[in-house]
Design a protein around this ligand. Structure first.
Ligand SMILES: [Zn+2]
Length: 460
């Protein structure tokens, strides 16, 4: 004859088998009066799509079959979790002599926790009940199971990137069939700074490529801006990573303009580079891609080997903002709904209507445009503006510590960040050779990016 403890040990083994199937881990065994184990079972509700497939029911059925008798007079049933009303009822019908219970079930237990069928003298004259046999081991098994299941649900939710209440997400359909942009989306939402917002990025080429081009766009562009340069990098056997800043492209868009700040966007990019563990980086920046991106390498200089800069600046707050930039800032303030595609088309007559429209794609309505409104006023203007101090630190880094190769490419037709600004920036960067000037290119230099990418592949 097995002791209650030894019986419970067998029931626990059954419970483990349930857990292995992804079932709630409850196990049961039935011992005949002569000491033989005549039935055993574990939860199979999901597996068998059967609401009655509780461990005890299966053990009772097997025992009845083994003994060829629907009465199990004098048998002992051990179960790792207090039985429910269904199982308790079945045990009463079977006239189980002794019920040995592991953990109590405060939610559905019918042996005293919620109700006590075995204490109903009208129903039961047969069953002796022992509680709490190896209760800790039985309960622990259940707790582990539910903890794992919660963790699994959390991970699934993370993979699905649920949309935050305070953000918008441009429908995928808006991005269907964009010309020259065949690449698969990648998403990340579990960087601490993202706090659940979904950031989109391109990640093309071999993970182990000797060079990775990290291409950062500005306002009001998105990774689409790099579509003429990316194929050149890929043809060289390199990897390209191109994020859409939050508020732009396929990334989530906070509803409030005030969600955006220099420091926050920089933090997102820093965490992004660390999470992807990007190495041998060629940093490619333009516009806000440079305002933010030029402050990144000093935080992890070992990751960055080269720099490709197109029309941009450092927002150090100790140099007055240019008249051209002030004009742009005023234009956006006066025309918050300006058409982004038109802005691109105006400076780039070579672009097709469909290419221009691709720059409108992320912004189906004014609600999606918070970043477009927020970014121009965010350019650090004063010594104490958000981002100004870190930009001055970055300036020191480029002047004194930068040891990588640099290529500067200037769009000559840019009234805001054209040759005068860029030649100034070139003088700041240690070891920077004479810039490459593209006479036909405007502010969005990447729209003339093929020869720039070719030069970069050769030199960087
Ligand atoms: Zn049950």
């Amino acid at each position: 004859m097995l002791s209650p403890d030894a019986l419970m040990q067998l029931a626990l083994e059954q419970a483990h088998a349930a857990a292995a199937l992804g079932e709630v881990p409850v196990g049961a065994v039935v011992m005949a009066p002569d000491g033989r184990i005549v039935g055993q079972g574990y939860n199979r509700n999901r597996t068998d799509a059967d609401p009655s497939a509780h461990a005890e029911m299966l053990a009772l059925r097997q025992a009845a079959r083994t003994l060829n008798n629907h009465r199990l007079d004098g048998c002992t049933l051990a179960v790792t979790l207090e039985p429910c009303a269904m199982c308790a009822g079945a045990m009463l019908h079977a006239r189980i002599g002794h019920l040995v219970i592991g953990a109590a079930d405060p939610k559905t237990g019918a042996a005293g926790s919620v109700l006590d069928l075995f204490g109903q003298t009208q129903l039961n004259h047969h069953t002796q009940v022992s509680h709490g046999v190896q209760a800790e081991a039985c309960g622990q098994l259940l707790q582990n199971f539910f903890a794992q299941r919660r963790q699994h649900h959390k991970e699934t939710a993370r993979m699905n990137h649920p949309l935050r209440d305070d953000a918008l997400r441009t429908p995928d359909a808006a991005f269907a069939n964009l010309p020259g942009y065949p690449w698969q989306p990648h998403y990340i939402s579990d960087l601490p700074a993202l706090n659940g917002l979904r950031l989109h990025y391109l990640d093309e080429g071999p993970q182990a490529a000797p060079r990775t081009w990290l291409c950062i766009h500005g306002n009001p562009a998105w990774s689409y801006l790099y579509r003429k340069m990316i194929p050149v990098f890929l043809a060289a056997g390199d990897r390209v990573v191109a994020p859409d800043l939050i508020g732009f492209g396929k990334s989530d868009k906070p509803k409030k303009d005030s969600a955006h700040s220099f420091t926050w966007h920089r933090q997102v990019l820093l965490e992004f580079v660390e999470r992807l563990d990007l190495q041998d980086l060629r940093l490619v920046v333009q516009d806000w891609g440079g305002l933010l991106g030029l402050t990144l390498p000093m935080a992890a200089p070992q990751r960055y080997s080269a720099l490709l800069v197109m029309n941009t600046a450092l927002g150090t707050g100790d140099v007055p903002l240019s008249v051209g930039f002030l004009g742009w800032r005023q234009f956006v303030a006066d025309n918050p709904g300006y058409e982004v595609g038109k802005l691109f088309g105006r400076g780039n007559p070579q672009m097709s209507a469909a290419e221009c429209a691709a720059y409108n794609a992320p912004y189906p309505d004014a609600g999606h445009r918070a970043a477009l409104r927020a970014f121009p006023p965010m350019v650090p203007e004063h010594l104490d503006s958000d981002g100004a101090a870190i930009s001055r630190e970055a300036r020191n880094f480029w002047q004194q510590q930068w040891a990588g190769q640099t290529l500067i490419a200037i769009g000559a037709q840019d009234p805001v960040l054209g040759p005068p600004v860029m030649k100034g920036l070139a003088r700041l960067i240690k070891g920077c050779p004479e810039p490459m000037v593209l006479e036909a290119a405007g502010h969005f230099v990447q729209e003339h990016g093929e020869p720039i990418a070719q030069a970069a592949v050769q030199r960087l």
